[in-house]
Design a protein around this ligand. Structure first.
Ligand SMILES: Nc1ncnc2c1ncn2[C@@H]1O[C@H](COP(=O)(O)OP(=O)(O)OP(=O)(O)O)[C@@H](O)[C@H]1O
Ligand SMILES: [Mg+2]
Length: 255
């Protein structure tokens, strides 16, 4: 059962074709890798799915709930159940770890700005609930005990985890991770891979952009390869590794 179906998405920036007729499907409970050289269009593809980059043509269908994502605002896409992290760290550095995660929960709470302003009982109840759920999520992500630390004071690897926690707080059915282990050492990469497997086993599909093949190959059920805005290959990791088009795009960098 497909969860996400992208049909023929294209996007140009002046003379640059960032995305050219890209079609990708993703099943429920799948971990799919998105690889390709620098400038291939990987981040642009995530931006188009999450409403940050309006596409020139093509369609983006979500099936749970059934909804066209193209044309929606980033906030609506998040509410539909598609959360993401960014290639460059985007945590609120001056806020505590717990507050950062609480922001993620707010995308699915019912009380509005007026409730918050008036500090209505409903708002207070939700705040309490959010902070206890944040604590549970921080334990899941491996940041328990850090609730009250200032996010900006955490080591880089922990801030990357925190960003994943914030995305998970929205309760996504699909999580898009843009280079979640960039800049990490091999041990941290292994830990994040294990975390991604646990996220999947909790029922969230994962679409991950990553350059390190030692991370992608053992983790992903399927790999999509882009080059110069196009999808050039798609298949199981073992097939992708041998694909001449992929080897050519990477000029033999795959090992
Ligand atoms: N907002 C923008 N305005 C103009 N050009 C852009 C914009 N965003 C992306 N591009 C261009 O689109 C192309 C694809 O960029 P994108 O960031 O999607 O690649 P990427 O595969 O994520 O690369 P990397 O591995 O370096 O992160 C590049 O040529 C880039 O310069
Ligand atoms: Mg990128």
């Amino acid at each position: 059962m497909p969860l996400l179906e992208v049909y023929g998405v294209s996007k140009r920036f002046g003379g640059v074709t960032a995305l050219s007729d890209v079609s990708v499907g993703l099943e429920k409970n799948e971990i799919v890798g998105l690889i390709g050289p620098n400038g291939a269009g990987k981040t642009s593809f995530f931006n188009s799915i999450t409403g940050l980059l309006p596409v020139d043509s093509g369609q983006i269908h979500f099936t749970d709930p059934v909804l066209r994502l193209d044309g929606l605002s980033p906030e609506r896409v998040l509410r539909a159940g598609v959360a993401r992290t960014f290639q460059n760290l985007r945590v609120f550095k001056n806020m505590t770890v717990c507050e950062n995660v609480a922001i993620g929960f707010h995308s699915r709470t019912r009380s509005g700005l007026m409730d918050a302003f008036l500090r209505t009982p409903r708002h207070r109840r939700e705040e309490k609930e959010i902070f206890s759920q944040s604590a549970a999520l921080l334990e899941f992500i491996g940041l328990d005990g850090k609730e009250n630390e200032i996010a900006g004071s955490l080591p880089y690897g922990s801030q990357k985890r925190l960003e994943i926690a914030r995305a998970l707080a929205s309760g996504p059915k699909l999580l898009l991770l843009d280079e979640p282990v960039a800049g990490m050492n091999p041990r941290e990469k292994e830990e994040i891979s294990a975390l991604i497997r646990r996220i999947r086993s909790e029922g969230t599909a994962v679409f991950i952009i990553e350059h390190d093949m030692r991370v992608v190959m053992p983790l992903c059920d399927r790999v999509v390869v882009m080059d110069e805005g196009r999808k050039i290959a798609e298949g199981k990791p073992a097939e992708i590794r041998k694909d001449p088009r992929v080897i050519h795009a990477y000029l033999g960098e795959l090992d």
